[in-house]
Design a protein around this ligand. Structure first.
Ligand code: PLP
Length: 240
């Protein structure tokens, strides 16, 4: 078995049943993604629209693609036809654009509201106040072609686990208050996307339902060649 396959299988074995794994495949090759696919992984996350578009036609059709990175409004139309979930919605304007492209195709697109929970300035996302403002605005009720499934957040990149824990707790608290106020009877609003390679265990402990893990499981090509030179990809082309 390839290193990627065994990484995926052993990680999945440790996950509670309510936690889904999005394998983050940004910068990974088609062959690396296929190794994960052959280990049963179907859910992959990318942070750039162009990279998903380049990869998806070379890969099996039953892969569920998740967009986890910042999305520009002018790129929305390219991913709406096939995307399984957009984790990175950070404005009402973006949400409206997704809704409008989805309505043209008579689709409903699953989205998460990205919340800024980290100390760093650079991370995208709504503040708590901005989400409340959006939820109480008129526009949000007209969006019949998006399904708001929950929230997403990225903790500060730090080894200070107390800080990461505090940030995760703040996302969980916000999720519960949004649930109570605006999504009380909406069964779709139930996801909390938090946790990456370095902090997914903490995230699960705090209540994550979706973890986005890349570097821990998808070793890069060079490393793969060093460790398993003879490996061949098992996926037959007619799976496509
Ligand atoms: C790259 C990325 C991840 C995965 O990061 P790893 O540390 O490689 O697990 C998760 N979420 C987002 C938004 C990312 O851009």
């Amino acid at each position: 078995m390839s290193e990627i396959a065994s990484n995926i299988i052993s990680l999945r074995q440790t996950l509670p049943p309510h936690v889904r794994l999005v394998a983050v495949s940004k910068t990974r090759s088609i062959n690396e993604i296929l190794e994960a696919y052959n280990a049963g992984q179907r859910c992959f996350g990318e942070n750039r629209v162009q990279e998903i578009l380049n990869k998806k036609d070379l890969l099996p059709l039953d892969i569920e693609w998740h967009l986890i990175g910042h999305l520009q409004r002018n790129k929305v139309k390219f991913i709406v036809p096939f995307i399984s979930m957009i984790h990175s919605v950070d404005s009402l304007k973006l949400l409206s654009e997704i809704n409008s492209e989805a309505s043209k195709l008579d689709r409903v697109v699953n989205v998460l509201l990205q919340v800024h929970i980290a100390m760093e300035e650079t991370k995208f996302g709504f503040s708590r106040e901005e989400i409340v403002a959006m939820m109480t605005s008129e526009g949000v009720n007209d969006l019949q072609h998006v399904c708001i499934c929950g929230v997403m957040g990225m903790a500060t990149f730090t080894s200070d686990t107390d800080q990461v824990t505090r940030e995760f707790k703040s996302l969980i608290a916000l999720y519960h208050s949004l649930k109570e106020k605006y999504f009380h009877s909406d069964e779709h609003f139930r996801e909390i996307s938090m946790g990456m390679s370095g902090d997914y265990e903490l995230a699960i402990k705090e209540g994550s339902t979706i973890i986005r893990v890349g570097s821990l499981i998808l070793v890069n090509d060079q490393k793969k060649h060093r460790y398993s030179r003879s490996h061949t990809v098992l996926c037959s082309p007619d799976i496509r």
